[in-house]
Design a protein around this ligand. Sequence first.
Ligand code: TYD
Ligand code: MG
Length: 466
Amino acid sequence: MSKRSLSFICQNCGAAASRWQGKCEACGEWNTLTEEGADRPAGPGRKAGKGRLFKLEGLAGDALDAPRLACGVTELDRVTGGGFVRGSVLLMAGDPGIGKSTLLIQATAAMARTGHRAVYISGEEAVAQVRLRAERLGLRDAPVDLAAETSVEDIIATLSEGKVPRLIVIDSIQTMWTEQVESAPGTVSQVRGAAQSLIRFAKRSGAAIILVGHVTKDGQIAGPRVVEHMVDAVLSFEGEGSHQFRILRAVKNRFGPTDEIGVFEMTGAGLREVTNPSELFLSERDLGSPGTAVFAGMEGSRPLLVEIQALVAPTSLGTPRRSVVGWDSSRLSMVLAVLEAHCGVKLGGYDVYLNVAGGMRIQEPAADLAAAAALVSSLANSPLPADAVYFGEVSLSGAIRPVAHAASRLKEAAKLGFARAVVPDAGRGESGGLNADYVGSLASLVADIAALGKPRPAAKTRGQDG
Ligand code: TYD
Ligand code: MG
């Protein structure tokens, strides 16, 4: 028997060390190293130094076509790129309680109802609990194969029998354990070992597997980060605690795009698909108050209108606050710097807060113009027209630059009843039936907004000495 070497594995990042240390040298976290048995070599009874001969092939052979199978939950299928690819493994990551189990039992049931074998393995809940949830969601009659199991070897042995499942949900990967690895369930080595076995099973059988992974800041439970590079796609399920909206985003996808999002609403009867997210994000607009602008954005191939809210208030601190939710904070700093340098807007004496309504997160630079409009509107205490949308990128010189997909953005705005669009002067095109206000520079936008309203007296004095 070969001597087994012990190593210390960081529970945060998965780095290995030969001896115990207080701090992980790879990620810098403290007290995350625990002793774990090293993985046994794959394939028992293999002599050292002797490998099996295999056939090398060319690129031009028969490609096993990658047939996709849509599960019928349209928003989920959109994010995967049109359905689950045979033999692929997907990681669905998200905070506990966000709705991963709910979404996946709905997807499994939808798949089973189309006549394919769909399996749901829960390592966290008992069969009765899953049934209770399914009953509440109205899915009792769906022919799902259900089990509460945690041993990867048992799961693979059971699923190798009978008709090959088209979809297998493993909820969650942190609760699974494999005999291949000698350490406690939930450790990095176990999570990695269990994921490896399941990935091998997926490739061999052609079943698509979804692994659920909880993201926690707690170092005790191995994060699903170590699995990320092993799987074909990583989907992140996000949402703000106080909102009912849930957004599914592809972080990595070997078989599809990574910029599509799926939007759901958590209701008493499970997750409802939101087919027109713009309506939802604009449903609670506070019309006529200063500091809000509607941004006509794009998420993948789909236009999405969201409200950007800004508050610019005199500060009582030496260093004013800059706080942003749902947008990039360095982008905000850049827009503020351009306002100061090219538009004469002095913000040094003000706290600045920026928020994207509805718990949405925007990544496009096209939101610069809408953010700037909201900021200036708040500072000047001058409400922007309620029927206008904004998009355009602000350059460091203060010019407004054109952005892609202008036509789709304008079309979506017209569909939702907006009458005007404030858009970049460069790259004029179809206005999509809207009244277009072309702006060439941020300074001219600031002048237009300032002309609309009366600045607050307090804001004016603070602004000039700041
Ligand atoms: P769950 O799917 O268990 O989350 P996860 O698997 O990501 O931990 O969802 C749990 C939350 O969803 C819980 O707080 C209750 C809520 N919920 C509803 O609001 N409606 C429903 O129909 C269901 C099933 C859950
Ligand atoms: Mg769950």
